[in-house]
Design a protein around this ligand. Structure first.
Ligand SMILES: Cc1cc2nc3c(=O)[nH]c(=O)nc-3n(C[C@H](O)[C@H](O)[C@H](O)COP(=O)(O)O)c2cc1C
Length: 159
């Protein structure tokens, strides 16, 4: 692919051929009054803004808890996190994992996709099954293990 067509942040690192991507996963607690319609508005904003900053990912909302996966250039993801932490629509933002690696994007077509809590296991399993990167498979395998062990509160068993 011609590198002029890549999203911001996907310019390959010279000599390595893969972009340097920062990945951050967090969960948080929605504040009073935040309902499904409010979450749809958040996702619409994210879909408008994230591509400008080379950010891709997905957001789960279930039982009053958010769970978000973000990847993109480090500066963009960290700037978004600073904005997010100040957003009154949620509180108790807990970072679950942060890493920076040279690799392809896991969800290249999702500026921000809303995923239901019921479907998140399938999203992760699909990515694991189709990934050609050992790094990806390790990261996704870890996340699935945490999920199956009940360690991701936002995705806990349906009430
Ligand atoms: C749980 C949650 C997830 C969000 N995710 C994003 C996101 O991925 N991208 C984004 O631009 N804004 C996201 N927002 C909204 C931002 O906090 C902020 O309102 C938006 O970026 C507009 O920023 P501004 O008020 O500085 O213009 C999210 C908000 C919440 C509560």
């Amino acid at each position: 692919m011609n590198s002029t067509h890549l999203p911001p942040g996907d310019e390959p690192v010279p000599g390595l051929g893969l972009p340097l991507l920062y990945n951050l996963v967090y969960c948080s607690v929605a504040t009073a009054g935040v309902d499904d319609a409010a979450v749809d508005r958040i996702v619409a904003t994210a879909q408008r803004l994230n591509p400008r900053h080379g950010i891709t990912g997905w957001l789960v909302f279930g039982r009053g808890i958010f769970f978000q996966w973000l990847e993109g250039p480090r500066d963009s993801v960290q700037a978004l996190m600073a904005t997010l932490r100040a957003d009154p629509r949620h509180t108790n933002v807990i970072c679950l994992s942060e890493s920076e690696e040279q690799r392809e994007r896991l969800f290249p077509d999702w500026g921000m996709e809303r995923v239901s809590a019921d479907d998140v296991r399938e999203v992760l399993q699909d990515a694991l099954d189709t990934s050609e990167s050992a790094q990806h498979r390790l990261a996704l395998g870890d996340l699935l293990m945490q999920l199956d062990a009940g360690g991701l509160p936002a995705l806990g068993r349906a009430a």
